[in-house]
Design a protein around this ligand. Sequence first.
Ligand SMILES: Cc1ncc(C[n+]2csc(CCOP(=O)(O)OP(=O)(O)O)c2C)c(N)n1
Length: 581
Amino acid sequence: MSTVAEQLIDVLRQAGVTRVYGVVGDSLNPFVDAIRRTEGIEWVHVRNEEAGAFAAAAEAQLTGRVAVCAGSCGPGNTHLIQGLYDAHRSGVPVLAIASQIPTAQIGTSFFQETHPERLFVECSHYCELVSQAGQMPRLARVAIQHAVGRGGVAVLVTPGDVLNRSAEHPTGQHAPVTERGTVVPPDHQVHELANRLNAARTVTLFCGAGVRGAHDEVMALAGKLASPVGHSLRGKEWIQYDNPYDVGMSGLLGYGACYDATHDAELLLLLGTDFPYDAFLPQRHTVQVEHDLTRLGRRTPLDLAVHGDVAATVRAVLPRLQQKPDRSFLDAMLRKHARALEDVVDAYTRQIEDHVPIHPEYAAKILDEVASDDAVFTVDTGMCNVWAARYLTPNGRRRVIGSFLHGTMANALPHAIGAQFVYPGRQVISMSGDGGLGMLLGELLTVALHRLPVKIVTFNNSSLGMVKLEMLVSGLPDFETDHASVNYAAIAKAAGIHAVRIEQPTDIRAGLEDALNHPGPALVDLVTDPNALSIPPHISGSQMAGFALAATKVVLSGGVGQMLQMARANVRNVPGAALLR
Ligand SMILES: Cc1ncc(C[n+]2csc(CCOP(=O)(O)OP(=O)(O)O)c2C)c(N)n1
């Protein structure tokens, strides 16, 4: 007869799980030992359980399949919390095994006692204590079904003594269902959607992560409606490539004509987006298409809510739409977009190639050029988000993931660990801030231990740059944002990782190529300028104060890399394009 721990592993295998990230310890030992004795599933030793949860979150973000992390009782599982919040906010299926002190001790303030079933409530859809052998294997399947079905985290709290007990029920062969069906909207909603899209003179599409897999459909829709197409940061990788209707990104990191296109159109169609910054939405004349009912209307009042997957909804509505004969709104927005990009690039390109310390935008531009066509980029919260949003050129094969909803620091390196485990043959690039890298620095040792060929590109500005900027735009003097310079290349080398430190802009390309071509792990320590950011001159004194900032369309000025080329290409066929410089 198998043990409860073995049953749990068997169910994980049935769900397609091939690895578990974590740190071993006491109450978790029966679980880890069952992994040791099971074919087809491995234990991945990380240095901090938080990193294990991030790695699982990255796996789930990239593949959509359930990924697993584990922590031992008390501190071992309180460490998980940051990565679990990240996974949960990103809506990706992660199962956490939070082991627990012996059942007989629960409630006695025993050594390392916590109550994970209370602790993880807010960052999970399901969080239950397995107090008896008879609850297994059912609860393992229920937990996985919640993670996949609701999109987020499920936690099983497993006391070591229960894991060690003999199973009371057969495990069975039933694999948890981890593939989602399609949400097709009700016909009357499609009918009403068609009516509104036909009636509006001008329509703008604004796309989020929910347009994944719907590129062709959205392009066909934009063509029929002569619509500009804007996107959120999470939508960018799915919709900006091969897109003759692109008007850029909205939000605090936004650029281009997206804000104008979303505000000036007679009708705004939100496609698969839960874009949180309501101040950037017009708050009127809006229709939303969304597969998750709970998100409908939570950012803006709606004229119409449509419950459906983007691709299925667009396929249903397209035959009911009339071709819009007038492209003048679209053309005007494409021109505005190209012009906006030309302006910022003008401002940015001055002396950038010999600016010391290195201008981070220049480094990001070169990184985009030298990275492979199917690279997976993981992006730290902080200024790296800005560089990724503006400089990484999507192409439908590259992936760009980050902590775009939870917004935690230090995500990039552990996300890269998960990404590299999932795609051992792909180039995985961690765009790390020095603050982020320092926060989970121990994970360099995880990379070295497993010989993961992750490339860690560190934007080392000796500063918490994003916060420095926040203070600046709020009219505060920057305080406690700068720290002493650290040589991360030397640290990486000491950890057995190939490393290069770059201080001159002329060395960036060769240094990055050297690291990217290196067969094993490599770190590039780019010494960058903490003061590289300029604020657009049109922000007034009062706008600088507090939240009024959010009302400005674009907070940061700077370059936009290949997007300028895309915008130029898109206006080439537009009448009056010659007016562009
Ligand atoms: C865990 C955590 N702590 C604090 C913050 C607030 N915060 C956001 S960005 C940032 C600075 C990031 O600095 P760094 O990684 O060096 O990147 P930079 O912005 O300088 O490129 C801070 C402190 C956060 N988002 N997450």
